[in-house]
Design a protein around this ligand. Structure first.
Ligand code: PEP
Ligand code: MG
Length: 302
């Protein structure tokens, strides 16, 4: 029975009517690649790169970063590795870059805002990603906390600058953004025209849409993806992506909640990235979905 289970865990999950969404894993450390292979995830939908920068006295060099990205990418074979650029700031201060103290750090200089404020730091990461992507075509890049089209333009301009400086064009490198700030949902039509994919960061999206701290237990019911406002935000994001013809994934914790698999599929989410421990239940839940029914169920959110 054990070996049968192990065999099943490697199989991709299809809905009852044969739709096969991508099931990928979120990882925060290179070692975790092993755990995603055990559950048969098809790649990394979110590599949180903060481990490279937090609690470090010195910033990691371009070479060191590139080596780490290459190691992970090669372990995944042809499955994707989506590298999210630095998402520090907020509650995660970084000692190796002196940042000002902020009264409201979650509303301050975090994610892409911090990267754009410290372009040399950002460029070292972008160059490491470009070098790695030149060797491993399964690498994709994703920017966190994007709120405006202007931020996306600036980030892409820096990426192009790095390509030119390195003389490595990597034309096929896919560039996606997290949708985790309410402004990005309102700007989704414009952002979709300039992104290769969206990935819903429902942890932050819930916190910011509901104005409720994601780490504060007394408002945890509000800061939750089951809120109708969050479901509507997801539906709007899927609509915008559908119009532009780009895929929508989800990498917030909601992705691993089997209660919402059908609804997300019905709204148009085609890529799920969850913590490796949540993946067996996620796959089981996908196998019970009827897409026609899921789409019907999702209509209520549009
Ligand atoms: C999210 O906000 O949903 C997300 C996946 O990013 P993080 O939890 O790293 O902020
Ligand atoms: Mg987030």
């Amino acid at each position: 029975k054990k070996s049968r289970e192990a065999e099943d865990s490697q199989k991709d999950a299809e809905t009852l009517d044969g739709f096969c969404p991508d099931v990928m894993a979120n990882i925060s450390k290179p070692e975790e690649v092993i755990s995603l292979q055990k559950v048969g995830a098809r790649g990394v939908g979110l590599l949180r790169t903060e481990f490279l920068f937090l609690d470090q006295q010195n910033l990691p060099g371009e070479k060191e970063q590139c080596q780490i990205y290459c190691d992970i990418a090669s372990k995944l074979g042809s499955d994707p590795l989506i590298i999210r650029t630095l998402d520090i700031g907020g509650d995660k201060p970084m000692h190796s870059v002196r940042t000002e103290s902020e009264a409201n750090p979650f509303l301050g200089c975090r994610g892409i805002r911090l990267s754009l404020r410290y372009p040399e730091l950002f460029k070292s990461q972008l160059k490491a990603i470009i070098r790695a992507a030149d060797l491993h075509s399964n690498i994709q890049i994703m920017f966190p906390m994007v709120a405006t089209v202007d931020e996306l333009h600036k980030a892409k301009e820096l990426l192009n600058e790095c390509r030119r400086e390195l003389h490595i064009p990597v034309p096929e490198l896919k560039i996606g953004i997290m949708i985790e700030v309410p402004a990005a949902v309102f700007n989704a039509e414009q952002l979709a025209k300039e992104s290769d994919f969206f990935s819903l960061g429902t942890n932050d999206l819930a916190q910011y849409v509901m104005a409720a701290d994601r780490g504060n237990a007394s408002v945890s019911g509000l800061a939750h993806y089951q809120q109708s406002a969050i479901l509507k935000a997801i539906a709007k994001t899927c609509n915008a992506a559908g119009t532009a013809g780009i895929p929508v994934g989800i990498c917030g914790e909601m992705a691993g909640d089997p209660e919402f698999t059908s609804l997300l599929l019905g709204m148009g989410v085609t890529k799920f990235s969850a913590s490796p421990t949540a993946i067996p239940a996620l796959k089981a839940s996908i196998r019970n979905v009827d897409m026609a029914q899921a789409k019907q169920e999702a209509l209520a959110c549009f």
